[in-house]
Design a binder for this molecule. Structure first.
Ligand code: KG4
Ligand code: ZN
Length: 357
């Protein structure tokens, strides 16, 4: 019986220190052996956002322990690892270098191949950890630093169809939460508050909703919310604003995804109509619901990662590592950190299209 490769994945691009081990099982499916994520939310809470130096220090303090825990929980020995995959970008350079150098050191000491991973490719492949998905597929990547539509042609080959021209969706959630006095990161809290409010109470702007193809914009939304929060008088107003915000985001993503569907079909034909939604914001249940409904209307297959794999994690980094391993795509130990690293290298650089700051 041939030995199935075990991949060690490492992630430290922002405020999560994460290590995971995955293995391909005998049916060719990836199997998560361990997946440890250590969040730094408590460290950054009092500053209302991620402080790079504090994040880097926490990664340095934690990474050893998290790696030991991941190996222990996986039940395999470090010597069984076939290759080490670590995030090289995009992200905060001081954070990236911790996980990247740790990964290189482990690979060198084990004399095993090293694989440098694009964090965004990790999100793009995250649903493959629990469902078989053939290329090509349409991807909506929505997280704290990115919002983009991509045609995923194959491993390492992406065509950007649209991107945010200002803020990312997760950033809009977090900024709205901050204006409502909710602790960082407030995105998930907005979803909860929104359930108690009236989604039609405030008419919020939907920037570039009818133009710009499937590009996105959220900055005008933040300005409108700032103005409204100044007149908020009751808890009910707060719930109504959260609900109106959530509803506006749903409407924007519904409409823009419909445009992206057309662009995807123009490129790939109408035989492979699969729509993957990944990244931290893909954990939002109402966004999942509305985009699932759109898929049924337009005959696309909706695919979401499980909730625990939407946010940053190392299993998705190991997943990219596994696909690259099978294609013998390895990197040298002098691979640099790439704080700005777009999936579609040919696309014009825009904030939110491959940078997490
Ligand atoms: O993918 P992720 O963990 O990190 C980045 O790569 O950016 O995404 C984090 C973002 C944050 O902005 C967070 O507020 C948002 O995802 N988020 C949510 C929800 N859960 C996380 N936004 C809306 N609803 C949620 N349930
Ligand atoms: Zn991420």
């Amino acid at each position: 019986m041939s030995k199935k490769p075990i991949i060690l994945g490492i992630e430290s691009s922002c405020d999560e220190t994460a290590v995971a081990l995955i293995r391909e099982n005998n049916e060719g499916k990836p199997e998560i052996l361990s997946n440890i994520v250590s969040s730094q939310v408590d460290i950054h809470k009092e500053f209302g956002g991620v402080v790079p130096e504090l994040a880097a220090r926490a990664h340095i303090e934690k990474i050893d322990l998290i790696a030991k825990k991941a190996i222990y929980e996986s039940g395999v020995s470090l010597n069984d690892v076939a290759a080490v995959a670590a995030t090289a970008g995009p992200g905060l350079v001081v954070c990236l270098s911790v996980g990247l150098n740790f990964g290189k050191a482990v690979a060198a000491s084990l004399e095993k191949p090293f694989i440098a991973v694009n964090h965004l490719e990790g999100h793009a492949l995250s649903p493959k950890l629990n469902s078989k998905i053939n290329y090509p597929y349409l991807l909506l990547l929505i997280s704290g630093g990115h919002s983009q539509y991509l045609s995923v042609e194959r491993l390492g080959k992406y065509k950007r169809l649209g991107t945010t021209i200002d803020d990312a969706v997760g950033e809009a959630f977090d900024k709205t939460a901050k204006l409502l006095g909710i602790e960082f990161p407030g995105g998930p809290q907005i979803e909860i508050l929104a359930e108690k409010g009236d989604p039609k109470k405030f008419d919020l702007p939907k920037p570039i909703i009818n133009k710009g193809g499937c590009n996105l914009s959220f900055a005008g939304l933040k300005t409108a919310i700032l103005r409204i929060t100044k007149n908020i008088k009751s808890e009910k107003d707060k719930y109504d604003l959260a609900a109106s915000f959530q509803n506006t985001i749903e409407e924007i993503l519904y409409k823009k995804s419909k445009v992206a569907f057309k662009e995807f079909i123009n490129i790939n034909g109408d035989k492979e109509k699969k729509f993957v939604v990944a990244g931290g914001v893909a954990a939002n249940k109402k966004i999942r619901k509305i985009l699932t409904e759109l898929c049924y209307e337009e005959n696309f297959q909706p695919i979401f990662p499980p909730l625990n794999l939407c946010g940053d994690n190392a299993a998705m980094i190991a997943m990219v590592g596994l696909e690259k391993f099978k294609k013998n795509q390895f990197d040298k130990l002098d691979f640099p950190t790439k704080p700005r690293w777009q999936l579609d290298e040919k696309a014009v650089f825009l904030k939110g299209a491959g940078v997490k700051i």
